[in-house]
Ligand binder design. Structure first.
Ligand SMILES: [Zn+2]
Length: 82
């Protein structure tokens, strides 16, 4: 399973721990769509999954940062979003 983390306005955020239910559901649906896009992606060389960081000043300004074991997996994951 890919790792998805959230950082909103500089703070690490876990959708499961958000009291605000609207915010939690936005982040959860975000994370679902990421999983649908690259859920099965895995590096052939290192057998590792990419890490996704969703960050932004607020929920209307989220962007993705993709990292992984090598450039190859980062590129593959990035391609999935284009
Ligand atoms: Zn790799």
């Amino acid at each position: 399973m890919i790792e998805i983390s959230f950082e909103i306005n500089g703070k690490k955020t876990n959708p499961n721990n958000i009291k605000e239910s609207l915010e939690a559901s936005i982040l959860q649906s975000y994370s679902e769509s990421i999983k649908e896009s690259i859920g099965t992606l895995r590096c052939n060389k290192h057998n590792k999954v990419p890490k996704i960081l969703v960050k932004g000043k607020n929920l209307d300004n989220l962007s993705l940062e993709i990292s992984g074991c090598c450039d190859d997996i980062v590129k593959k994951a990035t391609d999935k979003f284009n």
